[in-house]
Design a protein around this ligand. Structure first.
Ligand code: AMP
Ligand code: GLY
Length: 415
């Protein structure tokens, strides 16, 4: 089969790496890809949002299956467009992608189908929103309804901070249309974990759990980022919690989406909080998580191409997960998630032990490999234990430890 992966980050590099292990993958293309992907697949310089360009490319190259990494093209209907063009995609339609694209939709949906989540109310008017906050206890969470690149969530420690978030979103339009509606919700307390699944209509096949580290600095300090590292599985999550999450969250979601006339095909990602009252949904994503994918897919022992084919055909892919652990640390550009420099030359990267390197924001130039994003790469490793994986993964970052242009967290998986 010829396969096209849409996207340019670490998640897409990880997907391409796994696909490349398959005998069933003849030719793998990525659009637009990155410096690491270019080493194992053919990259086409087509933007993720250029639907006409992507469709023309898929036709020209006789692409049999397309995988979409990022959420933006999904919300813009890339799957609807590909299907109209008679092209097979493993990803949700625009209608199903609303589970990630609108927090208000997701909350109403969860309420309707009794899927455990934080209590909430949504608002378009600042005075009403503040009146509601006045009646609640702090901390309290204020969220922009639409896509805001991970920046649209404020966990306010005080009511004043919550009022400020309301003003930023509803009055100052900090997220423009994405913040024209806001969701205010109860602040949940507990350990977070991510649970992803391959989904096709009513069929749900879960992956191993993972834990992301969203804050920029050690001990969960500093601003929220796209993710500074992750490990899998999240060993403190019990079998009972997993079973509960599978039945009461993932399955109910897949079934509910069928009933809503928005059948879901693709990767369903549940960001969960293990509260005293059991696991509750913090957010849904409708795609592979980044950086979770980079530590989950290396543990998959199946042929990933076959998994996609089976799930689309309504057949159990019989997923097999290694007993090992995987851990990955993100190397970021200094300044990220705020302003940072691009085009900084990277030192030679050496893998150690069971280590692997996944590129997130890199570019091949005539001067060699240079940085091309806030998150530059992820150093990962698979090991018999989390500790072993951490040792090998951190070893891969040694060449970067004295470089001013980059930084990384020293405490991934050390909690
Ligand atoms: P999100 O972008 O929705 O993943 O939210 C970013 C982060 O905000 C999450 O990973 C949580 O740490 C935190 N968060 C979001 N919603 C809540 C909530 N209701 N209670 C506590 N923390 C939350
Ligand atoms: N790691 C969280 C996300 O992919 O949105």
């Amino acid at each position: 089969m010829n396969i096209l992966v849409v996207g340019r980050g670490g998640r897409e590099h990880s997907i391409v790496m796994k696909l490349a292990e398959s005998d069933k993958a003849d030719k793998i293309y990525a659009a637009p890809g990155n410096g690491g992907i270019a080493e194992i697949a053919e990259c086409a310089d087509i933007n993720e949002m250029d639907m006409d360009g992507l469709i023309a490319f898929a036709r020209k190259k006789s692409v049999d299956l397309t995988i979409v990494g990022p959420e933006n093209p999904l919300l813009s209907g890339i799957v609807n467009r590909f299907r109209e063009a008679g092209l097979l995609v493993f990803a949700p339609t625009r209608e199903a992608a609303l589970l990630e694209g609108s927090k208000q939709f997701a909350k109403e949906f969860m309420q309707k189908y009794q899927i455990p989540t934080a209590a909430y109310k949504s608002f378009t008017n600042a005075a009403d929103a503040k009146g509601y906050i006045e009646e609640q206890d702090a901390p309290i969470v204020v969220k922009a309804d639409g896509l805001a690149a991970g920046k649209g969530v404020i966990v306010a420690e005080t009511k004043e901070e919550a009022f400020q978030a309301v003003d930023d979103m509803l009055v100052n339009k900090a997220f423009s249309e994405a913040g024209a509606t806001i969701v205010i919700e109860e602040c949940l307390v507990g350990k977070e974990f991510s649970l992803m699944a391959f989904v096709h209509e009513n069929d749900v096949y879960p992956m191993v759990t993972a834990r992301d580290h969203k804050r920029a600095f050690d001990r969960d300090q500093g601003p929220n980022t796209g993710g500074m590292g992750a490990f899998a599985p999240a060993t403190d999550i019990s079998v009972e919690t997993l079973e509960f999450s599978m039945q009461n969250i993932l399955r109910k979601t897949a079934d509910g989406m069928m009933k809503e006339g928005r059948p879901f095909t693709g990767i369903l990602y549940a960001g969960l909080m293990m509260t005293e009252a059991g696991p509750k949904v913090i957010e849904f994503n409708v795609r592979f998580g980044d950086p979770e994918t980079q530590v989950v897919l290396p543990l998959l022992e199946n042929d990933l191409v076959q998994v996609f084919v089976d799930v689309l055909a309504g057949k159990d892919p019989d997923l097999n997960w290694a007993d090992d652990s995987c851990l990955g640390i993100v190397l970021a550009s200094k300044g990220y998630p705020a302003a940072y420099e691009k085009g900084v030359r990277l030192p030679a990267i050496q893998k150690s032990g069971n280590g692997y390197i996944i590129h997130s924001g890199t570019k091949q130039t005539e001067h060699g490999l240079v940085s091309d994003g806030g998150r530059v790469l992820l150093a990962g490793a698979r090991g018999a234990s989390l500790k072993q994986a951490a040792k090998d993964a951190y070893q891969c970052l040694k060449p970067f430890s004295n470089l001013d242009a980059f930084y990384y967290r020293e405490d991934i998986g050390k909690e």
